[in-house]
Unconditional design. Structure first.
Length: 166
């Protein structure tokens, strides 16, 4: 079981139900695997019938799913009345399975992983949890921006737009 503690809400954070998706073992590009991988995430808005309004927000390494909350809200870039926003915490940020919370692979026993592995985990998560086969957009800042760019390289047909910021 994941031993995370959700950080307290801070000023400007959007309150949404924090969720965990159990993905089982996650095979990595290195040939290693993360055992019992848990994907941490929150959602804002409603997924429409044809699932064409989904936006994935990729989060920076030291951030969490609140990292892009300043963009979420009525009349903002990520309006939950228009989009279904999925903010997915990356591997190793302490909310998704990480060296700091893995029971079976703690600390230095945690396998090596890449940004491509983060994207593969997110892709699998979207397919298994929401049966999404195409996103309206993938967005991210800092390392989240690198993930968004990796999405564009690894899955160019999976999204209509990619927005990456350093």
């Amino acid at each position: 079981m994941n031993r995370f503690r959700h950080p307290p809400l801070a000023a400007g954070h959007v309150d949404a139900e924090h969720r965990m998706a159990e993905l089982g073992d996650l095979e990595l590009e290195s040939g290693e695997e993360i055992r019992d991988y848990l994907q941490s995430y929150v959602t804002h808005g409603e997924l429409n019938r044809d699932k064409s309004n989904a936006v994935l927000a990729c989060i920076s390494l030291t951030g969490n799913h609140h990292r892009l909350d300043f963009l979420i809200g009525p009349g903002r870039a990520l309006d939950p009345e228009k989009y279904f926003i999925i903010a997915a915490d990356p591997i190793s940020n302490g909310l998704s399975t990480s060296p700091s919370n893995s029971v079976s692979q703690p600390g230095m026993r945690f396998p090596r992983f890449t940004i491509r592995d983060m994207v593969a985990a997110q892709h699998r998560f979207l397919a298994e949890r929401f049966a999404i086969s195409r996103l309206h957009a993938v967005i991210g800042a800092s390392m989240g921006g690198m993930q968004a760019l990796q999405w564009a390289v690894s899955h160019p047909q999976f999204m209509a737009c990619c927005v990456a910021n350093r």
